[in-house]
Ligand binder design. Structure first.
Ligand code: NAI
Length: 349
């Protein structure tokens, strides 16, 4: 694996590996950019097939955070941490406290928070070792409801662009992943009168959601081919790929998972199939925006207003894509890059 080449290609500033064998801890922190501000991004706790997979995940996720912060108009950079989960039940306090010490050594260049596999309780462990942690219960709290709200607004914008109205009554949304984000999104959609098809590799989570909202549950591997109006990926990345794109029976892909496109070209492939793609990092910025409660002392009302604005940011991206004849993914990237370039130009002026 050519790590330096990958970092150069993706534009990373720093990649740090940390280990504490006595704690059973192996972690990676990737800092993509600090041009707009300190690098912010959650900690993923996951059992990776290989170390290369973990590094690649950290690199890709941290880059997405830079773009997410820039597109959302936040004065923050992008970073991400992954902790490599071992076999057997983890001693969460020991592992997350070791992670906290690792985060602390970066001196505030990187601020961490929740991500897949990491709970708010884990953040409390991190906080015993470092102040560089966001979304604690004593501050902004669980970001997932904010993320879910933002995705919901993004789905409404996508519906408006595709069908001329935000109204989701009677529309069917297939949700992959019934975790924190999938659950929050499902509640918003249910409240707006949408029909739901849900799937998860964890049967208990699917059942809970299906029972609570009267959603239809299907097998995890059937969700990409479910007949629906909208596919909302809310599990892991890479779900939009050569195998799944031909299976899709929807008009819109709009969800909350990070890095939904396995490769950038898969955004174009969706376009070729006439499927509208709502860029993931614009859709799922609600959680990051909620960090403004901690970092910039925003009120709940101010935060809500900024999360609701995801709707209009997406409409702008869709309009740019159409006007310039480019994919929605590229239009979003250009929006984010223009902010970063402006900040760089300002810094060197
Ligand atoms: P979570 O860990 O609470 O939920 C993820 C769910 O996906 C789990 O229930 C898991 O069993 C399920 N899953 C994994 N692989 C699957 C598969 N192949 N098919 C179906 N289900 C599968 O994580 P959370 O917080 O809900 O995050 C979901 C996604 O949203 C991730 O990609 C995360 O990076 C992204 N995200 C989360 C934010 C947050 O506020 N929590 C903010 C922005 C993005």
């Amino acid at each position: 694996m050519r790590v330096f080449d990958m970092m150069a290609e993706m534009g990373h500033e720093q990649l740090v590996l940390g280990t504490d064998p006595s704690a059973g801890y192996r972690g990676i922190i990737a800092i993509h950019s600090t041009v707009l501000g300190p690098a912010v991004g959650g900690t993923r706790f996951w059992r990776y097939a290989s170390e290369d997979d973990a590094v690649i995940d950290a690199l890709r996720l941290s880059r997405a955070m830079t773009y997410k912060a820039a597109a959302a108009g936040m004065d923050l950079g992008g970073g991400k941490a992954v902790i490599m989960r071992g076999d057997g039940p983890p001693d969460r306090e020991t592992i997350y406290r070791a992670h906290g010490r690792f985060v602390d050594r970066l001196g505030g260049k990187y601020l961490t928070g929740e991500d897949v596999g990491t709970t708010v309780a884990d953040l409390e462990y991190i906080n015993r070792e470092t102040q560089y942690v966001i979304s604690l219960p004593s501050g902004a709290g669980d970001p997932a409801p904010w993320t879910g709200l933002g995705i919901f607004k993004g789905i409404q914008a996508s519906a408006r662009y595709r069908w001329g109205s935000d109204d989701l009554r009677g529309r069917t949304v297939a949700i992959q992943g019934c975790g924190h984000v999938g659950h929050s999104l499902a509640k918003e959609l249910h409240g707006a009168g949408a029909k739901l098809i849900v799937a998860d590799i964890d049967p208990a989570r699917v059942k809970e959601l299906a029972d609570e909202l009267g959603a239809t549950s299907i097998e995890a591997d059937a969700i990409c081919s479910a007949q629906a109006d909208i596919f909302a990926p809310c599990a892991l990345g890479g779900i939009i790929n050569d195998k799944t794109i031909p299976q899709l029976k929807v008009e819109i892909v709009a969800g909350g998972a990070n890095n939904q496109l396995l490769e950038d070209r898969h955004g174009d492939a969706l376009e070729d199939r006439g499927i509208l793609y709502a860029p993931d990092y614009v859709m799922n910025a609600g959680g990051l925006i909620s960090s403004g409660i901690d970092l910039f002392r925003w009120s709940e009302a101010q935060t809500r207003e900024k999360v609701l604005a995801i709707h209009d940011t997406l409409l702008k991206i869709f309009a740019t894509a159409k006007a310039e004849g480019i994919s929605t993914r590229l239009a979003a990237d250009r929006l984010a890059e223009s902010r970063i370039q402006a900040a760089k130009a300002h810094a060197t002026a």
